[in-house]
Design a binder for this molecule. Structure first.
Ligand SMILES: Nc1nc2c(c(=O)[nH]1)N[C@H]1C(S)=C(S)[C@@H](COP(=O)(O)OP(=O)(O)OC[C@H]3O[C@@H](n4cnc5c(N)ncnc54)[C@H](O)[C@@H]3O)O[C@H]1N2
Ligand code: MOO
Length: 411
Protein backbone atom coordinates (compact mmCIF):
# COMPACT_ATOMS: atom_id res chain seq x y z
CA UNK A 1 0.00 0.00 0.00
CA UNK A 2 1.18 3.50 -0.84
CA UNK A 3 1.67 5.84 2.16
CA UNK A 4 -1.16 8.04 0.87
CA UNK A 5 -3.63 5.18 0.50
CA UNK A 6 -6.47 4.93 2.97
CA UNK A 7 -6.83 1.52 4.62
CA UNK A 8 -9.79 -0.41 3.19
CA UNK A 9 -10.21 1.89 0.19
CA UNK A 10 -8.82 0.85 -3.15
CA UNK A 11 -7.32 3.66 -5.29
CA UNK A 12 -9.47 4.43 -8.33
CA UNK A 13 -6.90 3.30 -10.91
CA UNK A 14 -6.35 0.00 -9.12
CA UNK A 15 -10.09 -0.58 -8.77
CA UNK A 16 -10.52 -0.01 -12.49
CA UNK A 17 -7.66 -2.31 -13.36
CA UNK A 18 -9.04 -5.02 -11.06
CA UNK A 19 -12.51 -4.79 -12.54
CA UNK A 20 -11.36 -4.66 -16.15
CA UNK A 21 -9.24 -7.77 -15.61
CA UNK A 22 -12.30 -9.67 -14.38
CA UNK A 23 -14.80 -8.83 -17.06
CA UNK A 24 -15.26 -10.52 -20.41
CA UNK A 25 -16.00 -9.00 -23.79
CA UNK A 26 -19.13 -9.94 -25.74
CA UNK A 27 -18.03 -12.17 -28.60
CA UNK A 28 -21.28 -12.39 -30.61
CA UNK A 29 -21.59 -10.07 -33.58
CA UNK A 30 -24.31 -9.19 -36.06
CA UNK A 31 -24.58 -7.41 -39.39
CA UNK A 32 -26.54 -4.16 -39.41
CA UNK A 33 -27.39 -1.63 -42.07
CA UNK A 34 -25.18 1.44 -41.97
CA UNK A 35 -28.02 3.70 -40.86
CA UNK A 36 -28.51 1.47 -37.81
CA UNK A 37 -24.84 1.41 -36.89
CA UNK A 38 -24.45 4.72 -35.03
CA UNK A 39 -23.79 4.05 -31.35
CA UNK A 40 -22.77 0.43 -32.06
CA UNK A 41 -19.26 -1.01 -31.83
CA UNK A 42 -17.45 -2.19 -34.96
CA UNK A 43 -16.50 -5.86 -34.73
CA UNK A 44 -13.62 -5.74 -37.21
CA UNK A 45 -11.28 -3.35 -38.96
CA UNK A 46 -12.39 -2.09 -42.38
CA UNK A 47 -10.03 -1.55 -45.33
CA UNK A 48 -11.18 0.71 -48.12
CA UNK A 49 -12.18 -1.16 -51.30
CA UNK A 50 -11.61 2.00 -53.39
CA UNK A 51 -10.06 5.44 -53.74
CA UNK A 52 -12.01 8.46 -52.51
CA UNK A 53 -12.54 10.44 -54.58
CA UNK A 54 -12.50 7.71 -57.22
CA UNK A 55 -11.29 10.13 -59.93
CA UNK A 56 -9.64 13.58 -59.96
CA UNK A 57 -12.40 16.18 -59.88
CA UNK A 58 -12.95 19.88 -59.63
CA UNK A 59 -13.38 21.71 -56.33
CA UNK A 60 -14.88 24.77 -58.08
CA UNK A 61 -17.34 25.71 -60.78
CA UNK A 62 -15.27 27.03 -63.69
CA UNK A 63 -13.23 25.78 -66.65
CA UNK A 64 -10.79 22.90 -66.97
CA UNK A 65 -7.71 24.09 -68.84
CA UNK A 66 -4.16 23.22 -69.90
CA UNK A 67 -2.15 25.74 -67.85
CA UNK A 68 0.40 26.26 -70.61
CA UNK A 69 -2.40 27.73 -72.77
CA UNK A 70 -4.18 29.61 -70.00
CA UNK A 71 -2.12 32.70 -69.33
CA UNK A 72 -3.93 35.93 -68.37
CA UNK A 73 -5.78 37.58 -71.24
CA UNK A 74 -5.67 34.59 -73.56
CA UNK A 75 -8.94 33.43 -75.08
CA UNK A 76 -9.74 29.70 -75.16
CA UNK A 77 -12.35 27.85 -77.21
CA UNK A 78 -15.12 26.26 -75.15
CA UNK A 79 -15.12 22.63 -76.32
CA UNK A 80 -17.63 20.89 -74.04
CA UNK A 81 -18.93 20.21 -70.55
CA UNK A 82 -17.77 18.06 -67.61
CA UNK A 83 -20.65 18.13 -65.14
CA UNK A 84 -20.71 16.28 -61.82
CA UNK A 85 -22.06 12.85 -62.74
CA UNK A 86 -21.50 13.15 -66.50
CA UNK A 87 -17.85 13.34 -67.52
CA UNK A 88 -16.39 14.92 -70.66
CA UNK A 89 -15.41 12.00 -72.84
CA UNK A 90 -12.69 13.45 -75.04
CA UNK A 91 -9.22 14.81 -74.41
CA UNK A 92 -8.80 18.57 -74.07
CA UNK A 93 -6.90 19.98 -77.08
CA UNK A 94 -4.49 22.97 -77.19
CA UNK A 95 -6.24 26.34 -76.59
CA UNK A 96 -9.44 24.68 -75.44
CA UNK A 97 -11.37 25.01 -72.17
CA UNK A 98 -14.00 22.60 -70.84
CA UNK A 99 -16.87 23.91 -68.75
CA UNK A 100 -16.71 22.05 -65.39
CA UNK A 101 -18.84 22.10 -62.24
CA UNK A 102 -17.82 21.27 -58.66
CA UNK A 103 -17.32 17.50 -58.48
CA UNK A 104 -17.00 17.14 -62.28
CA UNK A 105 -14.28 14.70 -63.40
CA UNK A 106 -11.19 16.47 -64.77
CA UNK A 107 -11.00 15.83 -68.55
CA UNK A 108 -7.95 14.08 -69.87
CA UNK A 109 -5.16 16.54 -70.71
CA UNK A 110 -6.42 19.29 -68.36
CA UNK A 111 -4.13 20.12 -65.44
CA UNK A 112 -6.07 22.85 -63.61
CA UNK A 113 -9.46 24.43 -63.13
CA UNK A 114 -9.86 28.18 -63.26
CA UNK A 115 -12.71 29.59 -61.19
CA UNK A 116 -15.61 30.99 -63.14
CA UNK A 117 -15.14 34.37 -61.37
CA UNK A 118 -11.65 34.66 -62.92
CA UNK A 119 -12.93 34.28 -66.50
CA UNK A 120 -15.21 36.01 -68.96
CA UNK A 121 -17.48 34.03 -71.24
CA UNK A 122 -18.46 35.33 -74.72
CA UNK A 123 -20.47 32.80 -76.72
CA UNK A 124 -18.07 29.90 -77.09
CA UNK A 125 -14.97 31.75 -75.95
CA UNK A 126 -13.53 31.94 -72.48
CA UNK A 127 -11.17 34.81 -71.60
CA UNK A 128 -8.70 34.00 -68.83
CA UNK A 129 -8.48 36.90 -66.36
CA UNK A 130 -6.09 35.55 -63.74
CA UNK A 131 -3.06 33.30 -63.33
CA UNK A 132 -3.67 29.59 -63.01
CA UNK A 133 -1.07 26.98 -62.13
CA UNK A 134 -1.01 23.17 -62.46
CA UNK A 135 -3.17 21.45 -59.83
CA UNK A 136 -5.30 24.53 -59.06
CA UNK A 137 -8.80 23.54 -57.86
CA UNK A 138 -8.23 19.84 -58.55
CA UNK A 139 -9.06 17.22 -55.92
CA UNK A 140 -6.84 14.24 -56.73
CA UNK A 141 -8.06 10.65 -56.89
CA UNK A 142 -7.49 9.01 -53.49
CA UNK A 143 -6.84 12.36 -51.83
CA UNK A 144 -9.15 11.47 -48.91
CA UNK A 145 -8.79 7.67 -48.84
CA UNK A 146 -6.55 5.31 -50.81
CA UNK A 147 -7.74 1.86 -51.78
CA UNK A 148 -6.52 -0.54 -49.06
CA UNK A 149 -6.25 2.15 -46.34
CA UNK A 150 -7.45 1.00 -42.92
CA UNK A 151 -10.38 3.33 -42.40
CA UNK A 152 -11.99 1.86 -39.31
CA UNK A 153 -10.55 0.11 -36.27
CA UNK A 154 -12.28 -2.80 -34.57
CA UNK A 155 -13.83 -1.63 -31.31
CA UNK A 156 -14.87 1.81 -32.54
CA UNK A 157 -17.99 3.28 -30.99
CA UNK A 158 -19.52 4.38 -34.27
CA UNK A 159 -20.47 8.01 -34.83
CA UNK A 160 -22.23 9.84 -37.66
CA UNK A 161 -18.81 10.60 -39.16
CA UNK A 162 -17.83 6.92 -39.18
CA UNK A 163 -20.95 5.80 -41.03
CA UNK A 164 -20.55 8.65 -43.52
CA UNK A 165 -16.98 7.50 -44.17
CA UNK A 166 -18.16 3.91 -44.70
CA UNK A 167 -20.84 5.13 -47.11
CA UNK A 168 -18.22 7.10 -49.06
CA UNK A 169 -16.46 3.85 -49.98
CA UNK A 170 -19.71 2.11 -50.90
CA UNK A 171 -20.15 0.00 -47.77
CA UNK A 172 -23.83 -0.46 -46.89
CA UNK A 173 -23.61 -2.95 -43.97
CA UNK A 174 -21.29 -3.33 -41.00
CA UNK A 175 -20.48 -6.14 -38.61
CA UNK A 176 -21.00 -4.89 -35.07
CA UNK A 177 -20.80 -6.40 -31.60
CA UNK A 178 -24.22 -7.42 -30.28
CA UNK A 179 -25.68 -4.97 -27.80
CA UNK A 180 -24.91 -5.53 -24.14
CA UNK A 181 -27.84 -6.39 -21.90
CA UNK A 182 -27.70 -4.23 -18.83
CA UNK A 183 -30.15 -4.68 -15.94
CA UNK A 184 -30.66 -1.70 -13.66
CA UNK A 185 -32.51 -1.28 -10.38
CA UNK A 186 -32.88 1.26 -7.62
CA UNK A 187 -33.16 -0.01 -4.07
CA UNK A 188 -34.79 1.65 -1.10
CA UNK A 189 -38.11 1.72 0.81
CA UNK A 190 -38.10 5.52 0.67
CA UNK A 191 -38.16 5.67 -3.15
CA UNK A 192 -41.26 6.65 -5.13
CA UNK A 193 -41.65 6.85 -8.90
CA UNK A 194 -41.93 10.41 -10.24
CA UNK A 195 -45.53 11.22 -11.16
CA UNK A 196 -46.91 9.51 -8.04
CA UNK A 197 -47.91 11.26 -4.77
CA UNK A 198 -45.05 11.53 -2.27
CA UNK A 199 -45.82 10.17 1.22
CA UNK A 200 -44.02 11.76 4.21
CA UNK A 201 -40.52 10.39 4.59
CA UNK A 202 -40.26 9.35 0.94
CA UNK A 203 -38.25 10.84 -1.91
CA UNK A 204 -38.59 10.56 -5.64
CA UNK A 205 -36.41 7.97 -7.31
CA UNK A 206 -33.96 9.76 -9.59
CA UNK A 207 -30.73 7.76 -9.88
CA UNK A 208 -32.25 5.26 -12.28
CA UNK A 209 -33.09 8.13 -14.64
CA UNK A 210 -29.46 9.21 -14.68
CA UNK A 211 -28.53 5.63 -15.53
CA UNK A 212 -31.19 5.41 -18.24
CA UNK A 213 -29.93 8.68 -19.72
CA UNK A 214 -26.32 7.58 -19.70
CA UNK A 215 -27.11 4.14 -21.09
CA UNK A 216 -29.25 5.61 -23.86
CA UNK A 217 -26.11 6.61 -25.79
CA UNK A 218 -24.40 3.25 -25.30
CA UNK A 219 -24.83 0.07 -27.37
CA UNK A 220 -27.03 -1.41 -24.72
CA UNK A 221 -30.47 -3.01 -24.27
CA UNK A 222 -31.66 -1.96 -20.84
CA UNK A 223 -33.60 -4.32 -18.59
CA UNK A 224 -35.23 -1.90 -16.16
CA UNK A 225 -36.23 -3.60 -12.92
CA UNK A 226 -37.51 -0.35 -11.39
CA UNK A 227 -37.49 0.10 -7.62
CA UNK A 228 -36.73 -2.87 -5.36
CA UNK A 229 -37.70 -2.69 -1.68
CA UNK A 230 -35.13 -2.96 1.11
CA UNK A 231 -36.10 -6.55 1.61
CA UNK A 232 -33.55 -9.38 1.27
CA UNK A 233 -36.04 -11.69 -0.48
CA UNK A 234 -37.09 -9.05 -3.00
CA UNK A 235 -33.48 -8.16 -3.64
CA UNK A 236 -32.44 -11.81 -4.03
CA UNK A 237 -35.25 -12.37 -6.52
CA UNK A 238 -34.27 -9.25 -8.48
CA UNK A 239 -30.61 -10.30 -8.61
CA UNK A 240 -31.49 -13.80 -9.82
CA UNK A 241 -33.88 -12.45 -12.45
CA UNK A 242 -31.33 -9.87 -13.64
CA UNK A 243 -28.56 -12.46 -13.76
CA UNK A 244 -30.65 -14.72 -15.98
CA UNK A 245 -30.92 -12.08 -18.71
CA UNK A 246 -28.10 -9.55 -18.40
CA UNK A 247 -24.40 -9.25 -19.09
CA UNK A 248 -24.08 -6.55 -16.45
CA UNK A 249 -26.32 -5.78 -13.48
CA UNK A 250 -26.27 -2.31 -11.91
CA UNK A 251 -28.01 -1.46 -8.66
CA UNK A 252 -27.98 1.82 -6.81
CA UNK A 253 -28.34 2.29 -3.08
CA UNK A 254 -27.89 -0.03 -0.14
CA UNK A 255 -24.13 -0.61 -0.45
CA UNK A 256 -23.09 1.19 2.70
CA UNK A 257 -23.31 -0.04 6.30
CA UNK A 258 -26.89 1.00 7.22
CA UNK A 259 -29.45 -1.43 8.70
CA UNK A 260 -31.23 -1.82 5.35
CA UNK A 261 -28.09 -1.98 3.17
CA UNK A 262 -28.58 -5.55 1.92
CA UNK A 263 -26.93 -5.34 -1.49
CA UNK A 264 -23.55 -6.73 -0.43
CA UNK A 265 -25.12 -9.44 1.70
CA UNK A 266 -27.23 -10.71 -1.20
CA UNK A 267 -24.38 -10.37 -3.65
CA UNK A 268 -22.28 -12.49 -1.34
CA UNK A 269 -25.09 -15.05 -1.15
CA UNK A 270 -25.98 -15.41 -4.84
CA UNK A 271 -22.58 -14.48 -6.27
CA UNK A 272 -19.38 -12.99 -4.94
CA UNK A 273 -18.06 -9.57 -3.97
CA UNK A 274 -14.72 -8.89 -5.62
CA UNK A 275 -14.25 -5.32 -4.54
CA UNK A 276 -15.89 -2.92 -2.08
CA UNK A 277 -14.97 0.67 -1.28
CA UNK A 278 -12.97 2.80 -3.65
CA UNK A 279 -10.91 5.86 -2.70
CA UNK A 280 -13.14 8.22 -4.63
CA UNK A 281 -15.33 11.09 -3.48
CA UNK A 282 -18.19 10.97 -3.99
CA UNK A 283 -18.81 7.26 -4.29
CA UNK A 284 -16.72 5.48 -1.67
CA UNK A 285 -18.98 2.43 -1.00
CA UNK A 286 -19.03 1.31 -4.65
CA UNK A 287 -19.14 -2.50 -4.92
CA UNK A 288 -18.17 -4.82 -7.76
CA UNK A 289 -18.66 -8.54 -8.06
CA UNK A 290 -20.00 -11.43 -10.03
CA UNK A 291 -23.36 -13.16 -10.07
CA UNK A 292 -23.68 -16.61 -11.60
CA UNK A 293 -23.43 -15.29 -15.12
CA UNK A 294 -23.43 -11.50 -15.08
CA UNK A 295 -20.99 -8.99 -13.64
CA UNK A 296 -22.36 -6.71 -10.97
CA UNK A 297 -21.83 -3.06 -10.01
CA UNK A 298 -23.40 -1.69 -6.85
CA UNK A 299 -23.52 2.08 -6.96
CA UNK A 300 -23.96 4.12 -3.79
CA UNK A 301 -27.40 5.64 -3.31
CA UNK A 302 -26.46 9.29 -2.97
CA UNK A 303 -27.38 10.79 -6.35
CA UNK A 304 -24.01 12.42 -7.11
CA UNK A 305 -22.14 9.35 -5.85
CA UNK A 306 -24.20 7.16 -8.13
CA UNK A 307 -23.64 9.52 -11.05
CA UNK A 308 -19.89 9.85 -10.59
CA UNK A 309 -19.25 6.15 -9.96
CA UNK A 310 -21.22 5.30 -13.08
CA UNK A 311 -18.98 7.60 -15.14
CA UNK A 312 -15.66 6.76 -13.56
CA UNK A 313 -16.06 3.05 -12.86
CA UNK A 314 -19.03 1.54 -14.73
CA UNK A 315 -18.57 3.25 -18.08
CA UNK A 316 -15.03 1.93 -18.72
CA UNK A 317 -16.27 -1.50 -17.69
CA UNK A 318 -19.24 -1.27 -20.00
CA UNK A 319 -17.03 -0.16 -22.87
CA UNK A 320 -14.97 -3.29 -22.38
CA UNK A 321 -18.07 -5.54 -22.20
CA UNK A 322 -19.30 -3.98 -25.47
CA UNK A 323 -15.95 -4.55 -27.17
CA UNK A 324 -15.27 -0.81 -27.42
CA UNK A 325 -11.82 0.67 -27.07
CA UNK A 326 -11.33 2.72 -23.92
CA UNK A 327 -11.62 6.47 -24.35
CA UNK A 328 -9.77 8.66 -21.88
CA UNK A 329 -11.84 11.76 -21.12
CA UNK A 330 -9.71 14.76 -22.04
CA UNK A 331 -8.49 16.96 -19.21
CA UNK A 332 -6.42 20.10 -18.85
CA UNK A 333 -5.24 22.47 -16.18
CA UNK A 334 -6.88 25.67 -14.98
CA UNK A 335 -6.05 28.35 -12.45
CA UNK A 336 -8.21 28.39 -9.33
CA UNK A 337 -9.97 31.65 -8.49
CA UNK A 338 -11.02 30.44 -5.03
CA UNK A 339 -9.60 28.14 -2.37
CA UNK A 340 -10.77 24.52 -2.51
CA UNK A 341 -11.04 22.29 0.54
CA UNK A 342 -9.99 18.67 0.19
CA UNK A 343 -9.12 16.00 2.70
CA UNK A 344 -6.46 13.54 1.58
CA UNK A 345 -7.39 9.89 1.20
CA UNK A 346 -9.83 9.86 -1.73
CA UNK A 347 -9.61 11.24 -5.26
CA UNK A 348 -12.17 14.03 -5.24
CA UNK A 349 -14.33 14.82 -8.28
CA UNK A 350 -15.68 18.22 -7.30
CA UNK A 351 -18.25 19.80 -9.54
CA UNK A 352 -17.05 23.13 -10.88
CA UNK A 353 -17.14 25.70 -13.62
CA UNK A 354 -14.32 26.78 -15.91
CA UNK A 355 -14.12 29.74 -18.25
CA UNK A 356 -11.62 31.79 -20.26
CA UNK A 357 -10.64 35.12 -18.73
CA UNK A 358 -9.93 38.25 -20.78
CA UNK A 359 -6.30 37.09 -21.32
CA UNK A 360 -7.46 33.76 -22.71
CA UNK A 361 -6.35 31.84 -19.60
CA UNK A 362 -8.46 28.95 -18.30
CA UNK A 363 -9.86 29.72 -14.87
CA UNK A 364 -11.92 27.43 -12.63
CA UNK A 365 -13.73 27.29 -9.32
CA UNK A 366 -15.61 24.64 -7.40
CA UNK A 367 -19.34 25.09 -6.90
CA UNK A 368 -20.21 25.91 -3.29
CA UNK A 369 -22.32 22.82 -2.48
CA UNK A 370 -20.37 19.60 -2.86
CA UNK A 371 -22.55 17.24 -0.83
CA UNK A 372 -23.15 13.96 -2.65
CA UNK A 373 -26.88 14.52 -2.32
CA UNK A 374 -26.81 17.81 -4.28
CA UNK A 375 -27.59 16.77 -7.85
CA UNK A 376 -28.02 20.40 -8.93
CA UNK A 377 -24.25 20.71 -8.48
CA UNK A 378 -23.95 18.49 -11.56
CA UNK A 379 -26.40 20.41 -13.73
CA UNK A 380 -24.85 23.76 -12.74
CA UNK A 381 -21.28 22.59 -13.39
CA UNK A 382 -19.47 22.35 -16.70
CA UNK A 383 -16.50 20.33 -15.45
CA UNK A 384 -15.03 18.22 -12.69
CA UNK A 385 -12.21 19.67 -10.64
CA UNK A 386 -10.09 16.59 -10.06
CA UNK A 387 -8.14 16.62 -6.81
CA UNK A 388 -5.87 13.59 -6.70
CA UNK A 389 -6.10 11.11 -3.86
CA UNK A 390 -2.96 12.30 -2.06
CA UNK A 391 -3.52 16.04 -2.53
CA UNK A 392 -4.87 18.36 0.15
CA UNK A 393 -6.46 21.81 0.05
CA UNK A 394 -5.66 24.07 -2.87
CA UNK A 395 -5.43 27.84 -2.78
CA UNK A 396 -6.68 30.47 -5.21
CA UNK A 397 -3.99 31.00 -7.86
CA UNK A 398 -2.89 27.34 -7.85
CA UNK A 399 -3.27 24.99 -10.79
CA UNK A 400 -6.06 22.42 -10.78
CA UNK A 401 -6.82 19.55 -13.12
CA UNK A 402 -10.20 19.89 -14.81
CA UNK A 403 -12.24 17.57 -16.98
CA UNK A 404 -14.89 19.35 -19.09
CA UNK A 405 -18.32 17.77 -19.32
CA UNK A 406 -19.45 16.69 -22.75
CA UNK A 407 -21.72 19.50 -23.92
CA UNK A 408 -23.51 17.42 -26.56
CA UNK A 409 -24.78 14.56 -24.44
CA UNK A 410 -25.50 13.93 -20.82
CA UNK A 411 -21.92 14.19 -19.56
N1 LIG B 1 -21.78 4.80 8.85
C1 LIG B 1 -21.55 5.09 7.57
N2 LIG B 1 -22.53 5.64 6.88
C2 LIG B 1 -22.33 5.93 5.59
C3 LIG B 1 -21.08 5.70 5.00
C4 LIG B 1 -20.07 5.09 5.76
O1 LIG B 1 -18.94 4.83 5.28
N3 LIG B 1 -20.36 4.79 7.05
N4 LIG B 1 -20.89 6.06 3.69
C5 LIG B 1 -21.67 7.16 3.23
C6 LIG B 1 -21.48 7.35 1.82
S1 LIG B 1 -19.98 7.97 1.39
C7 LIG B 1 -22.45 7.11 0.92
S2 LIG B 1 -22.15 7.51 -0.72
C8 LIG B 1 -23.75 6.58 1.29
C9 LIG B 1 -24.14 5.45 0.33
O2 LIG B 1 -25.02 4.65 0.95
P1 LIG B 1 -25.92 3.56 0.25
O3 LIG B 1 -25.36 3.12 -1.03
O4 LIG B 1 -26.17 2.53 1.26
O5 LIG B 1 -27.20 4.37 -0.15
P2 LIG B 1 -28.56 4.53 0.62
O6 LIG B 1 -28.30 4.55 2.08
O7 LIG B 1 -29.47 3.53 0.09
O8 LIG B 1 -28.94 5.96 0.12
C10 LIG B 1 -28.15 7.09 0.37
C11 LIG B 1 -28.97 8.33 0.06
O9 LIG B 1 -29.33 8.36 -1.29
C12 LIG B 1 -30.74 8.37 -1.49
N5 LIG B 1 -31.08 7.50 -2.62
C13 LIG B 1 -30.86 6.18 -2.68
N6 LIG B 1 -31.29 5.69 -3.86
C14 LIG B 1 -31.78 6.73 -4.55
C15 LIG B 1 -32.38 6.85 -5.83
N7 LIG B 1 -32.52 5.79 -6.65
N8 LIG B 1 -32.78 8.08 -6.23
C16 LIG B 1 -32.63 9.16 -5.41
N9 LIG B 1 -32.05 9.08 -4.19
C17 LIG B 1 -31.65 7.90 -3.75
C18 LIG B 1 -31.28 7.80 -0.19
O10 LIG B 1 -32.59 8.19 0.07
C19 LIG B 1 -30.30 8.36 0.82
O11 LIG B 1 -30.60 9.69 1.15
O12 LIG B 1 -23.73 6.10 2.59
C20 LIG B 1 -23.16 7.01 3.54
N10 LIG B 1 -23.34 6.50 4.84
O1 MOO C 1 -18.88 8.60 -1.17
MO1 MOO C 1 -20.18 9.30 -0.48
O2 MOO C 1 -20.49 9.32 -2.10
O3 MOO C 1 -18.94 10.55 -0.09
O4 MOO C 1 -21.22 10.56 -0.29
Amino acid sequence: MNSCDTPGLMPLAQALETMLAQISVISETEIVMLEQAVGRVSASAIYSPMNVPPAANSSMDGYAVRTKDATPNTVLQLAGKALAGSPYTGEIQPNQAIRITTGGVIPEGADAVIMQENTELNDNEVRILDKVKPGDNIRCAGEDIKQGDRILEAGTLLSAAHIALMASVGIAHLEVVRKAKVAIMATGDELVMPGKPLPTGSIYESNRYALLGKLSIMPVDVIDLGIIKDDPDALRQAFIQADAHADLVISCGGVSVGDADYVKQILDEVGQINLWKVAIKPGKPFAFGKLNHASFCGLPGNPVSSYVTFEKLVLPLLRKVCGAQQAESPYFYAQLTQDVQKRPGRADFQRGVYWLNENGEIMAKALPRQSSGVMSSVTQANCYLILEQDSGDKQAGQRVKIQPFNAMFSH
